[in-house]
Write a protein that binds this ligand. Structure first.
Ligand code: CP
Ligand code: NVA
Length: 305
């Protein structure tokens, strides 16, 4: 049995397989076909933080695949009403897979250690693998091939940046991070990634203009993630020179794409002009969450492995 905790655990061929299933199901969906690959299966969504895209795309994906889902909010008390271990052992007897959105990555790892069914990371402070898969799937649709292309991430070295860095390494893309020094990706994370993918291409460029110069896509995310609200003012000051605006994009290739996982804080990390402009593919990214969740579910639950 497999979990999807981070993209570190996925081999390149497995990412390709998830993308192939997603592509096939997306094309069928567009023809009005909903292939019931997971009849009767039940997906639990265990969420400690708010969500639109992750929650609705997983729930809708299960419905299209012939299964059902159930949403479990904070009131279920995993780790407070009862131990995480007891909770995981019992919940995994009822359902076929569990998507978890947790504040602390360690809590997700503990749940997965005691779960008898697959656990999927729906975002923690450390990683957002399903987001990165949908983003790279979207970029591949646009570019045809990802190998050798550059993704410039201008913003916080956060959960989304980490998952994109791993995904880019696995798929042969150059990942360029631009942010203040204190917010860059940590050395332990990069050492592990280099160990997994020795030929990976990663650059840290504090100057955002230099970072976007070769970018096939410029990506950003909020400066203060969920759970970091108390640091919002400090982060706004630290990241002031890292806004993705029209002036910054003048330093990127003319055909560069703009990407954001959403939700966006318009006027902070990105201007209206850019996110609503012709280079923006943010709604495509969000739409592809549905198709890629289907790829992940069908792959992980065995019907298409
Ligand atoms: N991008 C993303 O994960 O959005 P939600 O927080 O709405 O799920
Ligand atoms: N980095 C953001 C991503 C939201 C989808 C957060 O964790 O809040």
């Amino acid at each position: 049995m497999r979990h999807l905790i981070t993209l570190h655990e996925l081999k390149r061929g497995e990412i390709d397989r998830i993308f192939a299933i997603a592509e096939d199901l997306k094309s069928k969906y567009r023809q009005g076909l909903r292939e019931p690959l997971l009849p009767g299966r039940v997906l639990a969504l265990l969420f400690e933080k708010p969500s639109l895209r992750t929650r609705v795309s997983f729930e809708t994906a299960m419905s299209h695949l012939g299964g059902t889902s159930l949403f479990l909010g904070e009131d279920v008390g995993w780790g407070s009403r009862e131990s995480i271990a007891d909770f995981a052992r019992v919940l995994s007897e009822y359902v076929d897979a569990i998507v978890v959105r947790a504040h602390e990555h360690a809590k997700l790892l503990e749940l997965a250690a005691y779960s008898s069914c697959p656990v999927i990371n729906g975002l923690t402070d450390q990683a957002h693998p399903c987001q990165a898969l949908a983003d790279l799937f979207t970029l591949r649709e646009r570019l045809g091939s990802l190998r050798g292309q550059t993704l410039a991430f201008v913003g916080d070295g956060n959960n989304v940046a980490r998952s994109l860095a791993v995904g880019c390494a696995k798929l042969g893309m150059h990942f360029v991070l631009s942010c203040p020094h204190a917010y860059r990706l940590d050395d332990d994370f990069l050492d592990r990634l280099r160990h997994d993918v020795p030929d990976m291409r990663y650059s840290y460029l504090p100057d955002p203009r230099a970072a976007v110069a070769q970018a096939a896509a410029v990506y950003t995310d909020v400066w203060a993630s969920m759970g970091q609200e108390a640091q919002a003012a400090e982060r706004r000051a630290a990241f002031a020179a890292y806004q993705v605006n029209s002036e910054l994009l003048e330093h990127a290739p003319a055909n560069t794409y703009f990407m954001h996982c959403l939700p966006a804080h318009r006027g902070e990390e990105v201007t209206d002009e850019v996110i609503d402009g012709p280079r923006s593919i943010v709604v495509e990214q969000a739409a592809n969450r549905l198709h890629v969740q289907k790829g992940i579910l069908a792959w992980l639950l065995g019907s298409r492995q």
